[in-house]
Write a protein that binds this ligand. Structure first.
Ligand SMILES: [Fe+2]
Length: 453
């Protein structure tokens, strides 16, 4: 195998599927809780046959959906998000970027009954509950910036907080859509730079932006113009929520690094902002980026040396304490999203093979109160996807619910949807999918009562 030309994001667990299929009445092992009535929709990059993207994230987006209803697994289907980019339309045109030319391959969310496939350099793409593409969605003409792939739904107000980030001014625009889906706030954020901003966080009272050491790099030719830069100051920006917030944002210096995903943020009992998420150092970023572009000298995994970091920001003293709090290489942090922006006890993530911690893929559960960590291996040559938490009906405990993960199994050339008890990580049910599902990025559980029709 020629490692200088083989693209890791097109091989092994990441091998694309060649077509769109629909399969019904799937085989279920164990018992599916009847309350799991809805859809797990997961997004990822799956270029068309014969297409070799120059960057993992440039591959066309494909959504995979598994429809569960009252104990049955009614269907699996996969569909490309049918955008102009799928047919080869360029992002950069003579009139500037075409925000509709999205691969739409990073995430899928629901807001105000609408399903949106997201990619951070573009407008969102609306899809139907059967995964067909509706078209680019711009909040009735009100959204003129790109939209992050990691918007945050406030569990109390139902508002959707998000941002658009660009390597060119204006670097950062913050938006809020109300619970009914109306875009009610859009504001430029003072002091932001061209630093890569993939994710952010909200608390009850604040919005938290993260600018790490990765920023615009005009010499990067993979099609995604970012790179590590020691001269780029790493910072956290904290601003109050509400219309007056942007004018009073404060930026705090932090140690060099890059955080792709925020696990959560909240105000602690002393009013400090606590933020956690896996971060990489310069070498971790180099190994990861080289994997993402298929370059020599890469790591063996799409994320390398990504260890969870905690920042504690004292707004009164104007200080930040930060430390790495775990030795497992993890990514795809998730939680019970009823606790988003609030102090949470339980944190979930995917562990990746790493010489410092765990030597295989696994699902991890952290108890932040006791400090306990439980790792559930998933078996040889098996890779789990981001574990999506679904609360149990009538749940009274934070971890009373289920974790849903799609496992790619190379030995069997197959995939299963695993339903785990989030409390003990025991398997409750497995849904056998009709073929191996390409390993991907993010997804959501969409209960039936959140859909428009
Ligand atoms: Fe992401």
């Amino acid at each position: 195998m020629d490692l200088t030309t083989e693209k890791p994001y097109l091989t092994g667990h990441y091998t694309s599927v060649a077509d769109e299929i629909t399969a019904t009445e799937l085989t279920v092992e164990g018992t599916l809780p009847p309350e799991l009535t809805g859809r797990l929709i997961r997004n990822g990059h799956n270029p068309k046959p014969g297409v070799t993207p120059t960057h993992w994230f440039k591959g066309s987006g494909m959504v995979h959906g598994i429809r569960l209803r009252e104990g049955r697994a009614e269907w699996y289907r996969n569909r490309w998000v049918h955008t102009p980019a799928l047919d080869g339309a360029p992002y950069m045109t003579e009139h500037g970027p075409d925000l509709t030319a999205s691969v739409a391959g990073t995430h899928v969310i629901e807001h105000a009954g609408r399903l949106l496939a997201l990619c951070e350099a573009n407008l969102p793409y609306e899809i139907t509950a059967d995964l067909d593409t509706v078209g680019a969605y711009d909040f009735d003409g009100k959204l003129s910036s790109v939209m992050t792939a990691h918007p945050k739904t406030d569990p109390v107000t139902g508002e959707l907080h998000f941002f658009g980030s660009s390597p060119f001014p204006p670097f950062l625009i913050y938006h809020v859509a109300d619970a009914k889906g109306q875009l009610v706030q859009s504001a430029e954020i003072p002091g932001a730079t061209a630093a890569l901003k993939h994710d952010f966080a909200i608390t009850r009272n604040h919005v938290v932006f993260i600018e790490g050491s990765v920023t615009f790099d005009p010499n990067e030719h993979s099609g995604i113009p970012y790179g590590w830069n020691d001269q780029q100051p790493a910072r956290i920006g904290v601003m109050p929520r509400g219309p007056e917030g942007p004018a009073s944002i404060r930026w705090f210096s932090i140690e060099p690094g890059n955080m792709l995903h925020a696990a959560n943020a909240y105000e602690d009992g002393q009013g400090r902002i606590v933020l956690e998420g896996p971060t990489v150092d310069r070498e971790g970023f180099r190994l990861s980026w080289n994997w993402w572009v298929g370059a020599p000298g890469r790591g063996t995994e799409p994320n390398a040396r990504s260890y969870t970091r905690r920042w504690m920001i004292d707004l009164t003293a104007g200080t930040v304490d930060e430390q790495i709090i775990d030795d497992l290489a993890v990514e795809f942090p998730t939680l019970n999203e009823d606790y988003l922006g609030r102090e949470h006890r339980y944190q979930y993530a995917i562990a990746f093979p790493d010489e410092k911690g765990f030597g295989a893929y696994g699902l991890v559960k952290y108890d932040r109160t006791t400090g306990a960590r439980r790792v559930r291996p998933v078996g040889d040559a098996r890779l789990p996807s981001e574990a999506v938490f679904v609360p149990a009906a009538g749940a009274t405990r934070e971890d009373d619910g289920y974790l849903l993960t799609v496992v790619s199994d190379l030995k069997q050339e197959a995939s299963q949807l695993l339903v785990l008890d989030a409390s003990g990580l025991d398997q409750i049910a497995a849904v056998h999918l009709p073929r191996r599902v390409t390993a991907g990025i993010h997804g959501s559980w969409i209960p039936d009562d959140e859909l428009r029709h």
